[in-house]
Design a protein around this ligand. Structure first.
Ligand code: PLP
Length: 389
């Protein structure tokens, strides 16, 4: 994304709106009907929402009827991370929520579970879920309290590391439990299929793939076991999420989903190539740079790195001054940079600090060159500061 002055390399935080999405959104804002109305205006909007549902379902190989639109991934997480489920009409309890230690706060907060009913499962120093630790936790699960539920992201938002979801699914299902997969950072970067993954639920967010902010989805593999609704009212989204649908946002999400699916293969190779140029240059300029997760399976677009001696906050500001927007892995909503719980979980000193560069559909070689130049300036300054000390 080359504007005259700025280089945007923070696509994991949010992806700029795709032009086709913008067009769809603007058009949709003028659709007059309420999708629940039976007149022609209502039916027209309903048809567009259902088309978006098909596009979102296709992105993850799900049944169209199993997509529930929400106000984003955070709401989807709060809907599904619930001790109260229904199996058909019968109540079903989920007794304990296990979350990986590297989940996004939307998941780590545990949704509607009491804090006492949530435990973390460690990750290895390589940044992937410790499957032995999961097995152990499931073995000591107290089934009398209800089913176990595991929440595991498919791709970590800070490191880009791909998690062993299929293996985790086997373990959770063998224990009779449910698996919730936050696929927010995976779609559009790797192929995602709800069946192959063995996920019982997937969570998506539109704004990470070039759709509008404030819309997402909870997608289920079946429809027998469903969480009790979080938002009650007029019974929209088959009663799972009441409230008049955010029509234009949902329509925009559908377009973003179909674009993400369409550009998967070629785009991933192009972006991986750009990232390789970036990382090679960073290692040449500063051989002591640590690129977290470089030797494990990562998505194509993310580089999470530590430049020893450079604090996250200082680094982020320095890149910003150089015209490059990137992020410290963990930015609180206040904009303050917190220590990375992901680095801590990987057994690294979180005080080391780390920065995240994330690329996307509009990233070009010129953006990478600009990031490399900024990196060289900042690394040079750091070296001089260390020498002067
Ligand atoms: N999960 C992951 C992995 C994310 O990166 C994010 C966004 O930062 C979320 C969940 C929350 O998404 P939303 O902004 O749609 O609530």
């Amino acid at each position: 994304m080359s504007t005259t002055m700025r280089t945007y390399l923070d696509w994991n935080a949010t992806a700029p709106l795709l032009p086709a999405v913008r067009d769809a959104l603007v058009r949709a804002l003028d659709l007059p009907g309420n999708p629940s109305s039976v007149h022609r205006e209502g039916r027209m909007v309903r048809a567009e929402i259902e088309a978006a549902r098909r596009d979102v379902a296709a992105l993850v190989g799900a049944e169209v009827a199993h997509v529930i639109f929400t106000s984003g991934a955070t709401e989807a997480a709060n809907l599904v991370l619930s001790p109260a489920f229904k199996m058909g009409r019968a109540a079903l309890s989920v007794g304990h929520l296990y979350v990986s230690a590297i989940e996004h706060p939307a998941i780590r907060e545990g949704g509607r579970f009491d804090k006492a009913d949530v435990s973390e499962i460690a990750v290895t120093s390589e940044g992937t879920l410790d499957l032995a630790a999961l097995e152990q936790a499931l073995a000591s699960h107290d089934a009398a309290k209800g089913l176990p539920m595991l929440a595991l992201m498919l791709v970590n938002n800070e490191t880009g590391i791909i998690q062993p979801v299929e293996d985790a699914a086997r373990l959770v299902h063998a224990a009779g439990g449910l698996l919730v997969v936050d696929a927010v950072q995976a779609v559009g970067r790797i192929a995602v299929d709800i069946q192959t993954l063995g996920a019982d639920f997937l969570i998506l967010s539109s704004h990470k793939i070039g759709g509008p902010k404030g819309v997402g989805a909870l997608i289920s593999r079946g429809e027998v076991m469903m969480p009790k609704p979080l938002i009650h009212g007029g019974g929209q989204e088959k009663g799972h999420r009441s409230g008049t649908e955010n029509t234009s946002a949902i329509i925009g999400f559908g377009v973003a989903a179909s674009e993400a699916l369409g550009r998967l293969d070629g785009e991933a190779m192009r972006i991986a190539g750009l990232r390789a140029v970036l990382e090679d240059a960073m290692q040449t300029v500063a051989p002591d740079v640590i690129i977290h997760g470089k030797d494990v399976s990562r998505v194509c677009n993310t580089t999470f790195f530590t430049l020893p001696g450079l604090k996250s906050e200082t680094g982020q500001i320095a890149f910003d001054i150089e015209g490059v927007a990137l992020s410290a892995g963990s930015a609180c909503s206040s904009g303050k940079v917190g220590e990375s719980h992901v680095l801590t979980a990987m057994g690294q000193d979180p005080k080391l600090g780390a920065l995240r560069i994330s690329l996307g559909a509009a990233t070009q070689r010129a953006d990478i060159d600009k990031a490399i130049a900024a990196f060289a300036t900042i690394a040079g300054r750091r070296k001089r500061a260390v020498q002067a000390a």
